[in-house]
Design a protein around this ligand. Structure first.
Ligand code: ATP
Length: 595
C-alpha cells in the first residue's frame, strides 16, 4: 500500500501533522469534513476510461472484466500486474495520493471530467502491486476496512498517549489510555474536524486538547437527537421525579445557524452539510431579528414551510419542493419560518455545558419573534398526564408531528451527535405502532411476478451495525409502493446490482433473493411491531444469542434522500425499540390484570 512517508531527513512537525491528518482521513473514508462540501465527484465511467488509458486497454475490455469480476479494484490490479513496466515508477506516498484526490475534488467547470480522469490516470500509472486495487476502491469510496468512527477516535487517543512528548498524564489519572480516548471523543463531538484535531494533538498533546481545540462558530456539530416513545405514560415513567418540558415537534428541516462576529451567516443541515445557499431568506431573518446586543450565536432550530397570509404551518412535502442551490430571494415561492428551540453559543461563549433552562433564557432574551419569520418553539412545562395529552393534540392540530420532551435539570446539557435519554420524541402517527419509523437500507430484491413482472416484487431491508460495520437483514418489504414508486425504485437499484452479497451483509442463507445491491439508498419504513426472528439478523446477540429482530407488516413511507446508508437506523436502536415494546406489553398486561 502507499507509503506514509518517503525518506530521510526527519520530517518537520508541520509535515508530520499534514501527513497524519491525511492518513486519518483515509481511515475515515473522507477527503474533507462534511461542511467543506468537498466530494470527489467521479463516477465509474471516468474511472473505467482512466484505467483503460493507463493500461493501454480498450474501455470495452475493462467493462467486460468488470462484469466478470464484479469489482473494479480487482480489474485494476489484474490489468496493471499483467503490464510489463520499462522502469519502476516513483513510489506513491499517502501525501501524493491525498493531494491528488483533493485536486480531483476541486476540478470544476469546463473539461473538469477530462481533468479528473487525467489525475486518476496519473495515479494509476504510478501504482504497483496491490495499489491499483486500493486506489480504485478509494476513488469509488468503497474501501471498507470495518472501522467505525468511534474506533478511530479511540486509536487516536491511544496513539497520542504513546507518543506523548509534551507532558505525561496528570497524576490523578489511573488509566491514561482510557482517559485520552474519552478526551478525543469529547473534543471530536464539539469540533468534528480532523484537520484541526490532529495538529492540535501533535503540538499540544492530548491532555491539553480540550483547551487547544474547542467548539468554533463556522464548524457545525452533530445535532442532539431524541429517542422514540409510544405514549405520554411512557414519558412520565422515564422522567419520574424530574422537571421536563414539552415542545411542539415541527416537521421541517433541522438547521444549525452560525452567526459569526464578522456578520457572516452559515446554515448547516442535520448532516453538517452547508445549506446556506438554500436559505438566503433565513440568513436575512436571523440577522434582522437578533437583538442589537448579540454579536455571535449558534442556533439549533427547525426550518418549516409557512403560509404567511394564513399564518399556517405547511407540510414537509411543500418544503421539499424548494430548490437546493443558489436560491435567489426574488424567486422564493415557499416561505419558511424559523422555529428556534436551542442556542449553543452566544457572544463568544459556548453554552453546551449549560442546562437547558439556562440555554433557553439566553435564547429568549437574544431574539425578537416575528410571525412567519422567527418564532420560539411552543412549549409547556408540566407533568400532568392530561395536560400533556391535550398539548399533544394541539400540536397535531397546528400541523406538527407530535412532541419533543426534554429534561430541564439533571445533566440537561447539550449532547452533540447523541441520541440522548434526555430528549424523547412522541409522534402521534406512530403511537399505535412501534413509536417511530425506521430508516433501512435495501440490500437485495426478489423478482416480481404477475402484475409486478419486470420490476422487483419485494426487497430485503437491513439496519446498520456501526460496531461491526455490517448491514443486518431485518425484513422483506413489498407493501407501501405505488406502481410508479416501484418502477422508480427498481430502476434506481438496478444500477446497484452486484454479483454476490457483500462480506459485511448478515442474513440467513434460506432467504435466497434474486439479486443483491450495493448499500446505496435509505428507505423510511413503518411497521406494526418488532418480533424475534429465526431468519433475520438485526441486533443479533443483543436480545437473543442466535436470533435477530424483524419487523412485522412493514410499509414503505418514503426514500430518505438526506441519509446515507451508514446513517440508517442502528441495530442498537432496533434492540432498544424491541425492549421498549416488551416493557409496554408487560405494563398493559399488568393493567388488564388489575382491571
Ligand atoms: P432523528 O433526527 O431522531 O434521527 P429523523 O431525522 O427521522 O430522526 P424525527 O424522528 O422526525 O427525525 O425527529 C427528530 C427531529 O425533529 C429533529 O432532528 C428535528 O429536526 C425535529 N424537531 C422538530 N421540533 C423539534 C424540537 N422542538 N426540538 C428538537 N427537535 C425538533
Amino acid at each position: 500500500m502507499f507509503i506514509l512517508r518517503r525518506a530521510q531527513p526527519p520530517l518537520s512537525p508541520q509535515v508530520t501533522s499534514c501527513r497524519s491528518k491525511q492518513f486519518v482521513k483515509y481511515l475515515q473514508k473522507r477527503i474533507a469534513a462534511a461542511h467543506e462540501g468537498l466530494e470527489l465527484g467521479i463516477g465509474d465511467a471516468s474511472i473505467i476510461k482512466a484505467l483503460a488509458e493507463a493500461c493501454g486497454a480498450k474501455e470495452s475490455q475493462i467493462k467486460t472484466r468488470y462484469k466478470e469480476l464484479g469489482d473494479l479494484g480487482l480489474v485494476a490490479k489484474a490489468s496493471r500486474s499483467s503490464q510489463s513496466l520499462m522502469r519502476k515508477p516513483e513510489a506513491l506516498t499517502v501525501a501524493k495520493v491525498f493531494d491528488t484526490f483533493r485536486l480531483i475534488a476541486k476540478e470544476s467547470g469546463k473539461d473538469s471530467q477530462e481533468k479528473k480522469k487525467n489525475h486518476i490516470k496519473a495515479l494509476l500509472v504510478a501504482a504497483t502491486d496491490c495499489e491499483p486495487q486500493y486506489l480504485i476502491r478509494l476513488l469509488q469510496t468503497k474501501l471498507r476496512i470495518g472501522l467505525a468512527e468511534q474506533t478511530l477516535l479511540v486509536a487516536l487517543g491511544h496513539a497520542a498517549v504513546y507518543s506523548e512528548k509534551h507532558s505525561s498524564a496528570p497524576g490523578h489519572i489511573d488509566s491514561p489510555l482510557e482517559e485520552a480516548a474519552k478526551i478525543v471523543k469529547q473534543v471530536y463531538s464539539v469540533i468534528p474536524v480532523y484537520d484541526k484535531m490532529v495538529p492540535a494533538l501533535l503540538t499540544g498533546g492530548v491532555w491539553n486538547l480540550s483547551k487547544t481545540c474547542s467548539f468554533t462558530p463556522g464548524v457545525p456539530i452533530g445535532p442532539m437527537l431524541a429517542k422514540p416513545t409510544k405514549g405520554v405514560s411512557e414519558i412520565l415513567d422515564k422522567f419520574q421525579d424530574m422537571v421536563f418540558t414539552c415542545e411542539y415537534k415541527y416537521d421541517g428541516e433541522r438547521a444549525q445557524i452560525h452567526y459569526m462576529e464578522n456578520g457572516l451567516v452559515e446554515i448547516y443541515s442535520r448532516n453538517a452539510e452547508r445549506n446556506t445557499e438554500k436559505f438566503p431568506d433565513v440568513k436575512i431573518a436571523v440577522s434582522r431579528l437578533k437583538k442589537p446586543s448579540v454579536t455571535s450565536f449558534v442556533l439549533d432550530c427547525e426550518l418549516v414551510a409557512y403560509d404567511r397570509e394564513k399564518q399556517k404551518i405547511l407540510p414537509f412535502q411543500v418544503l421539499s419542493t424548494r430548490a437546493r442551490k443558489n436560491v435567489k430571494l426574488n424567486d422564493i415561492k415557499v416561505n419558511v419560518c424559523i422555529f428556534a428551540f436551542d442556542i449553543l453559543y452566544l457572544n463568544g461563549k459556548q453554552l453546551l455545558q449549560e442546562q437547558l433552562n439556562i440555554r433557553r433564557e439566553h435564547l429568549y432574551s437574544s431574539f425578537e419573534e416575528q410571525h412567519g419569520y422567527f418564532l420560539f418553539a411552543t412549549a409547556i412545562t408540566s407533568n400532568d398526564l392530561e395536560e400533556i395529552q391535550k398539548f399533544l393534540e394541539t400540536s397535531v392540530d397546528s400541523s406538527c408531528e407530535g412532541l419533543i420532551v426534554k429534561t430541564l435539570d439533571r445533566d440537561a446539557t447539550y449532547e452533540p451527535s447523541k441520541r440522548s435519554n434526555n430528549w424523547l420524541k412522541l409522534k402521534k402517527d406512530y403511537m399505535e405502532s412501534i413509536g417511530d419509523s425506521l430508516d433501512l437500507v435495501p440490500i437485495a430484491a426478489f423478482h416480481g411476478r404477475g402484475k409486478r413482472a419486470g420490476v422487483y416484487g419485494a426487497f430485503l431491508l437491513a439496519c446498520y451495525d456501526s460496531n461491526n460495520d455490517e448491514y443486518q437483514s431485518i425484513c422483506k418489504i413489498g407493501t407501501g409502493f405505488s406502481e410508479a414508486m416501484l418502477e422508480e425504485r427498481s430502476a434506481s437499484l438496478r444500477s446497484k446490482v452486484i454479483p454476490d452479497p457483500k462480506s459485511y451483509y448478515r442474513y440467513a442463507e434460506t432467504i435466497n433473493p434474486d439479486v443483491w445491491f450495493e448499500p446505496a439508498e435509505v428507505w423510511e419504513v413503518k411497521a406494526a411491531d418488532l418480533t424475534i426472528s429465526p431468519v433475520h439478523r438485526a441486533a443479533i446477540g443483543d436480545v437473543d444469542p442466535e436470533k435477530g429482530i424483524s419487523l412485522r407488516f412493514p410499509r414503505l413511507l418514503r426514500v430518505r434522500e438526506d441519509k446515507s446508508p451508514e446513517q440508517a437506523t442502528s441495530s442498537e436502536m432496533v434492540a432498544e425499540m424491541y425492549n421498549a415494546q416488551k416493557l409496554n406489553q408487560r405494563d398493559k398486561q399488568v393493567e388488564n390484570e388489575d382491571d
